[in-house]
Design a protein around this ligand. Structure first.
Ligand code: ZN
Ligand code: ZN
Length: 348
């Protein structure tokens, strides 16, 4: 076994408002896959590392390569693997331990020692994908058809989050579904819910721009809760929706889910944001509403790759900008501006 190195350009978060592009030496072993990164999407956590030096409970303790939504081309594959040099792959940023009790139950997303790329959850942090080259395991590399566009395939990770949320709800066939928060994740949930058989998929957002995007992603109706009375008809008869996906994380939105969900309905919490909220417990329990948390994804990553490659979901209405790695700071600032941007990608 021997160690090799490759010199490559990467985008590192150093701390609050401090992101740098550096040339660094990347080490890899014989058993690693070396992937030449094509492009990657900026996610909320990348923005948080830049803005606050932390994302939720994950605090930057040393510089870290950001990015966890990326695709590339196999540059070197271990002997005996089914990957070939030149193969296009979407890289699953999850590296679960595969032997803790959660992994053994098939819930790898809940792994106690998950090594998630571009995450400062554990120390040392796991470097992410905004780098000319990354190393990955064979299992992390999901091949896709050469004919699929990289800018489409770079949505695999957020779409996996969306499909996991849809799976968390149970069957959606014939269901009336509401998605609160029409950012990239909310819009992808909407498209995935329709793909999974929902009969109606309504989007709710405080931004009319986002609601227009939701329409492009297939929303059957939209409403802006800032407009007085806009949610009224959906609250009648003890609530209209079989399933509500809360993808905004806003306290007011979380609170509103109970009135919008019909008795025996389900609320799936995907939006991160408020650490704690005031919550209408009584209406929730007398309506027997199920409130389910949904975090990251498991094998939904493979499904997401397939759906994108086959054109079953077109995420491109959500792509609002493309930057060079040298412009990472401008890209992060643009991505954080929700009046202008949805998904911003870095093209290596
Ligand atoms: Zn993401
Ligand atoms: Zn585990």
């Amino acid at each position: 076994m021997s160690t090799h190195t490759v010199s490559c350009k990467a985008c590192l978060a150093y701390g609050e408002k401090d992101v740098r592009v550096e040339q660094r030496e990347l080490e890899y072993q014989d058993e690693d896959v070396l992937v030449k990164v094509d492009r990657g999407g900026i996610c909320g956590s990348d923005i948080h590392y830049y803005q606050h030096g932390r994302a939720g409970m994950s605090v930057l303790k040393h510089p870290m390569v950001i990015g966890h939504e990326f695709v590339g081309v196999v540059s070197r594959a271990p002997a005996g693997s089914n990957l070939r040099v030149g193969q296009r792959v979407a890289v699953n940023p999850s590296r679960p331990c595969n032997h803790c009790e959660f992994c053994l139950e098939g819930k790898q997303n809940l792994c106690s020692t998950m090594r998630f790329m571009g995450s400062a959850q554990f120390n040392p942090h796991v470097n992410g994908g905004f780098s000319e080259y990354v190393t990955a395991t064979v299992e992390q590399c999901i091949p896709y058809d050469d004919r699929a566009e990289a800018k489409v395939m770079a949505f695999a990770e957020p779409l996996a989050v969306a499909i996991h949320a849809v799976n968390s709800a149970g069957t959606l066939v014939g269901n009336k579904v509401l998605v609160i928060g029409a950012g990239p994740i909310g819009c992808l949930i909407l498209a995935a819910a329709l793909s999974a058989g929902a009969s109606e998929a309504v989007a709710c957002d405080v931004s009319d721009r986002c609601l227009t995007l939701a329409q492009h992603m297939g929303a059957t109706a939209t409403f802006n809760p800032m407009n007085e009375g806009s949610a009224g008809s959906y609250q009648q008869n003890r609530g209209y929706f079989d399933v509500v996906f809360e993808a905004s994380g806003s306290p007011a939105a979380i609170k509103s889910t109970v009135a919008l969900t019909r008795p025996a309905g389900t609320v799936v919490q995907v939006g991160m944001g408020a650490a704690s909220v005031e919550y209408p417990v009584m209406p929730m329990l007398v309506k027997e509403i199920r409130w389910v948390g949904s975090f990251r994804f498991i094998n939904e990553f493979d499904t997401a790759v397939k759906w994108l490659q086959d054109g079953r979901i077109n995420p491109l209405p959500l792509l609002s900008g493309e930057y060079q790695p040298e412009a990472i700071e401008s890209a992060l600032i643009a991505a954080a501006d929700k009046t202008l941007s949805s998904k911003v990608q870095i093209k290596f």
